[in-house]
Each structure stands twice: as C-alpha cells, then as structure tokens.
Design a binder for this molecule. Structure first.
Ligand SMILES: [Zn+2]
Length: 146
C-alpha cells in the first residue's frame, strides 16, 4: 500500500547504453562521473562517443567532486506522471569542476537562490543497485538525503 508520503515506483533509466552506461555504473558506486575524451581530456557533455575537439573516438568516465552551483530551477505544479507527485522542483546544477550541467529533482517548493552551493547524493531506484544522482542544497538542511 502506498501512503500519501510515499512515492510510487520510479521509472528506471537505461543503464546499459554504450554512450551513457558509464554514468550509471559510477552512480551505482556513489560516484558522479562525466564523459571525457581519452586523448585530449575534453569533457563530452551530454555524453557521446566522438570528440569534436580532436577527432578521437575513445572516451573515459572521469569522476568529479559532486559539488556544483544552482544554475536554474522550475517548480512543477501540474502532475503529468504518477511517479512524480506535485509540487516538485527540477534543478539544473552547473558542476564546479567540469563544464557540464545536470538535472535533479527536489520534492516540494524549496527555498532556492541562483548560484547557491549544491551537492550530489545518490537515490536508490531498485534492489539491483541502480542509483540516480540527485542534488540538494549543500549546507542549509532544507532537504534530507534519502
Ligand atoms: Zn579529444
């Protein structure tokens, strides 16, 4: 039985994709990783198999700190899927140590400010160890990690 405070079953990401699987493999270890060129080191975000900087077809997954700054956000008030009860807030976080922005989910309507420090946490999605990187304000206690 699903209570009012409990979220229904989550949608699972495709974790075996050759271009993005490394992101979820890292998340399962509770590491945040970005795709990078194996030859020149350029960050390839969104992940892709080819580096436009140097023409290399070999990529690696590089661990990053899991810290960033809130770039933008929006609060959703109209429910479109039962796995995402409203209200909830989608955040776009710019990583501190890589030229990449990642999306995350916060329940409710948290108090947020552009540029505020954010920190990653890893939401368990199933019993097989699938985890999804999520974001929370870094130091104000607005949100408890699950
Ligand atoms: Zn390259």
């Amino acid at each position: 039985m699903t209570g009012p405070q409990e979220r229904p079953a989550r949608l699972l990401p495709e974790t075996a994709d050759p271009d993005t699987g490394g992101f979820f493999a890292a998340a399962a270890r509770e590491e945040l990783a970005v795709c990078a060129c194996a030859a020149c080191g350029a960050v390839l975000h969104p992940p892709r198999a080819y580096c436009a900087e140097c023409g290399c077809w070999e990529t690696v997954w590089r661990s990053v700190s899991g810290r960033g700054r809130l770039y933008s956000w929006t609060t959703v008030e109209h429910q479109t899927h039962r796995a995402f009860p409203v209200p909830y807030t989608l955040v776009l976080v710019e990583l501190d140590d890589a030229p990449a922005r990642l999306v995350g989910y916060l329940p409710g309507r948290p108090e947020l400010a552009a540029g505020m420090p954010m920190r990653v946490w890893f939401e368990p999605l199933d019993e097989d160890g699938t985890r999804l990187p999520q974001w929370r304000p870094d130091d104000d206690g607005l949100f408890e990690a699950g």
